[in-house]
Design a binder for this molecule. Structure first.
Ligand code: GLN
Length: 538
């Protein structure tokens, strides 16, 4: 069935959190840098249709694509590494697979037949795996299988991969298995047994991996590589060492050194192309690692115990820091800890404050307090989504003297719903996939800070929220000094606000962090860091 498209499957064993997403993205980067057209997709074994309804504590950040899909945070890494957009097709869950099959069953698509995991579920998985391959846009599709081999819920995916490899025929697919080679301090040794067991488990499901990527804290000596190769049935040059890296952006270069891309190219019998061109990537790394300045940025949020909840924001700061040759020290601040007594102590030494996106009431007053402080003390401020909404509420209360102003989300009975629910949202009862999601156009007003930052007036940014600036109050806000610098040209919704009389006070209803990549750092983050650096020098 091969249409010339090659498939690489990335599985994981021993434990979760080994960084399959980063290894997949790094391999993709190397192949892309050689001139192949590559994309990556992730198949997640859980039953939610998508991660949109999950608390960030469960699964980290929910990453949103241009087409409005709520997806796994690994898609963020794919975009940041490859600099090409992903879509709904790049992230599929077990829930989505079952939903399709069961809907078809109700429609009578399988009349007369017993609907079963094999073949119906595995067929649907296979259909989804090959979707992007059929677009003609890619030479290589890398598919990351979430979870660990051996997990009950991963079994249908592993079986689908087994079948698909047979369907595709020789040299058209390969399996990269990511494992752990732990170092036992007491024994002073690297241990290969967990890797052996993990490969055995995968083999029992009918899949012999072609390449093993071994996460390790210490270099793998040749004897260990030999042992892994012999007991796991792979060639010795297919045992790839993946040492802990200083930054995830080093991983493509580490994988290059280990020749992961060469192994993949030779095993897939891909037409040879030149060496990978990684000049701009290396230039980025050079700047990242040799900063001239440094700034302290407060990230005020309510999920700060779990850094993955704000993954794209953290990465966008890394990109923006590198552009400015400025180290960004992120200070994680729990919004619940910010009250009248603590606020000045916590915020006064910062060069900039970002108030993060979020949902629900917890920690809201802390965010509003933080914004009052940075507005009055002229500290650079950047509010994203809920962060912008809090800035609007703060301005209403403390500048426009609408004391009980609130967002409808936090207080539906407020006399001043400066952030409100839209008519088309009011009667919705279904929670999944019903927010304002994905890319929307925005027009920036000439003469605003936003306009000068982007350097153009038509932009497109990604959204994920239910509530909006209430335009009934717009004239009052603008008269008071907070202006709408960006508007949706179709609906007139306020997408950006800024305060005239402040060195850098910007709120965005959208999520700029989702579009920041290594090669295209987001201008709002770049200029925010620049403003923080200027502030720090004052
Ligand atoms: N809770 C807010 C809303 O739904 C903001 C969402 C967000 O920050 N992503 O509108």
């Amino acid at each position: 069935m091969s249409s010339g498209v090659k498939y690489v499957f990335v599985t994981g064993g021993v434990t979760s959190s080994l960084g399959k997403g980063i290894v997949a993205a790094s391999l993709a980067k190397l192949l892309q840098a050689r001139g192949y057209r590559v994309t990556i997709q992730k198949f997640d074994p859980y039953l939610n249709i998508d991660p949109g309804t999950l608390n960030p504590y469960e699964h980290g950040e929910c990453y949103v694509t241009d087409d409005g899909a709520e997806t796994d945070l690994d898609l963020g890494h794919y975009e940041r590494f490859l600099n090409i957009p992903t879509s709904q097709a790049n992230n599929v869950t077990t829930g989505r697979i079952y939903n399709t099959v069961i809907t078809k069953e109700r429609q009578g698509a399988f009349l007369g037949k017993t609907v079963q995991v094999i073949p119906h579920i595995t067929d649907e998985i296979k259909r989804n795996i090959t979707l992007l391959g059929e677009t003609g846009e890619f030479d290589i599709i890398i598919t990351e299988i979430g979870g660990c081999v051996g997990d009950i819920e991963s079994l249908p995916f592993v079986e689908a991969v087994r079948q698909l490899r047979w369907d595709l025929g020789p040299n058209n697919s390969l399996v990269v298995h990511l494992t752990l080679v732990p170092y036992l301090k007491s024994a002073g040794e690297l241990k290969t047994k967990p890797t052996q067991h993990s490969v055995k488990q995968l083999s029992e499901s009918g899949i012999q991996p072609d390449i093993l990527v071994c996460r390790t804290e210490h270099p793998l000596p040749i004897e260990i590589r030999k042992k892994v190769a012999q007991f796991c049935n792979v060639q010795i040059n297919s045992v790839i060492e993946a040492m802990d890296a200083e930054t995830i952006y080093d991983v493509p270069l580490l994988m290059r050194k280990e020749k992961l891309d060469e192994r993949v190219i030779s095993k897939l019998k891909l037409p040879t192309k030149g060496e990978p061109v990684l000049d701009s990537w290396k230039e980025f790394l050079g700047k990242l690692k040799n900063p001239i300045d440094e700034v302290n940025i407060g990230l005020v949020g309510k999920y700060v115990e779990l850094k993955d909840a704000y993954k794209s924001i953290v990465e966008a700061f890394i990109h923006a820091g590198a552009v400015n040759e400025c180290k960004v020290n992120l200070k994680w601040i729990s919004s619940e800890s910010l009250n009248d007594e603590t606020i000045s102590q916590v915020l006064k030494s910062l060069d900039g404050v970002l108030v993060a996106p979020g949902f629900g009431e917890r920690g809201i007053e802390g965010k509003i307090n933080a914004i009052k402080f940075v507005r009055e003390n002229k500290i650079p401020f950047f509010g994203i989504c809920l962060g912008m909404q809090c800035a609007v509420v703060e301005f209403a209360r403390n500048v426009l003297h609408l004391k009980e102003a609130a967002s409808f989300e936090m207080n539906p009975d407020t006399p001043y719903p400066v952030i409100d629910i839209m008519a088309d949202q009011k009667d919705l009862t279904m929670k999944g996939g019903t927010m304002r999601l994905g890319a929307y156009p925005c027009e920036l007003k000439k003469g605003t800070k936003a306009f000068s930052i982007y350097g153009k007036n038509k932009i497109s940014e990604r959204h994920r929220h239910r509530y909006e600036f209430n335009n009934q109050y717009l004239a009052q806000f603008e008269a008071g000094g907070m202006i709408a610098s960006g508007l949706n040209p179709d609906s007139g919704l306020v997408e950006m606000v800024e305060i005239k009389d402040h060195p850098w006070f910007i709120g965005a209803q959208f999520h700029p962090e989702l579009k920041s990549t290594v090669l295209n750092p987001h201008p709002l983050f770049v200029k925010f860091i620049k403003a923080a650096r200027d502030y720090s020098k004052k």
